[in-house]
Design a binder for this molecule. Structure first.
Ligand code: ZN
Length: 242
C-alpha cells in the first residue's frame, strides 16, 4: 500500500472558495506554558453543534483556560464519542462563504487543509467506491451561480501518525497541562504503518492536522476519472518509530 499527501494543484489556476465554518471551539490560554493557542486543520463539517451546545459564551471570548476547554471537550465527546480528537480551535458544521474567480477545478482550492469538491466529483468518486465511510458537509455558498452544482467538504478524520523524532523533537515535549506541542514538519515525512486507517481513503494526520492524506485507491480513482485540482506527493510508510 502507498499513501500520498494531497495538495492543491500548482499547475492549474482555478477559482477558489473563501469562508468559515459555522462553529469553532475557542483557543486555550495556558497558565503553565503561558501560551495562547489553537490548532489549525481539525474540522468536522458533517457535525452540527447547534442542537446541544451553546458556544456563544465561549466564542465571545474566543480563548478560554484549560479547565473551561476540558468541559467543552467533554460535552462534545459525550455527544459524539466517535470523534477521537477535539482540539482548541476545532471547527464544526458547514462552511459558509463565497467563490472567487472562475474556471473551477473538480477539487476547489480553499485552505490547504480543507478538501472541497464539486457535486459531480463527489458522485463520481462515490460510485467508484472510493469514498466509503467518508462523511461530508454541504458548503453554503452566498453566491452559488459560479459552479454548476453544490460544493461539498470532505470530513477528514485525524488518523495516521507522523514521526517527529527525526526532526530533533520527541513525542514527550507537550505541555503537561494543555498538551501543546511546538512542532514543525520534518523534511521527509514518514507515517507509521499501524496508524493508517483501513477503512478510509482520505484522512488528515492526527498529529499534524494540516496534512491531508490520500490512499493509493483514491489516487487511482482520481487519475481514472481524470479529475482536476489536486497533486499527490508520496509519504513514506515505516513499520514503527525506531
Ligand atoms: Zn500549556
Amino acid at each position: 500500500m502507498k499513501i500520498y499527501r494531497a495538495l492543491e494543484s500548482r499547475s492549474r489556476s482555478s477559482g477558489y472558495f473563501i469562508g468559515e465554518h459555522l462553529w469553532n471551539l475557542p483557543g486555550i490560554s495556558c497558565s503553565r506554558c503561558k501560551e495562547v493557542w489553537a490548532t489549525t486543520g481539525v474540522a468536522y463539517p458533517a457535525i452540527q453543534l447547534s442542537e446541544f451546545i451553546d458556544l456563544k459564551n465561549a466564542q465571545k471570548e474566543s480563548v478560554v483556560d484549560v479547565d473551561e476547554f476540558i468541559k467543552l471537550e467533554a460535552m462534545v465527546l459525550d455527544r459524539f464519542p466517535h470523534l477521537e480528537i477535539i482540539t482548541p480551535g476545532t471547527s464544526f458544521g458547514n462552511l459558509v462563504g463565497t467563490l472567487r474567480g472562475r474556471n473551477f477545478t473538480d477539487f476547489v482550492p480553499s485552505t490547504p487543509w480543507t478538501l472541497l469538491m464539486q457535486e459531480d466529483t463527489l458522485n463520481a468518486l462515490s460510485n467508484s467506491g472510493t469514498l466509503d465511510r467518508l462523511e461530508y458537509g454541504r458548503v453554503q455558498l452566498k453566491d452559488d451561480s459560479l459552479v454548476p452544482g453544490t460544493l461539498f467538504e470532505a470530513q477528514l478524520m485525524p488518523r495516521g501518525h507522523l514521526i517527529l523524532s527525526s526532526n530533533g523533537l520527541t513525542e514527550d515535549s507537550a505541555c503537561s497541562l494543555c498538551g501543546r506541542r511546538s512542532i514543525t514538519l520534518p523534511p521527509r515525512m514518514k507515517v507509521t504503518a499501524n496508524s493508517i486507517p483501513d477503512e478510509l481513503n482520505l484522512f488528515r494526520l492526527a498529529n499534524f492536522t494540516t496534512i491531508v492524506v490520500a490512499t493509493q485507491k483514491f489516487v487511482d480513482a482520481y487519475i481514472q476519472l481524470k479529475l482536476t485540482g489536486l497533486e499527490f506527493d508520496e509519504i513514506e510508510i515505516v513499520e514503527d518509530q525506531s
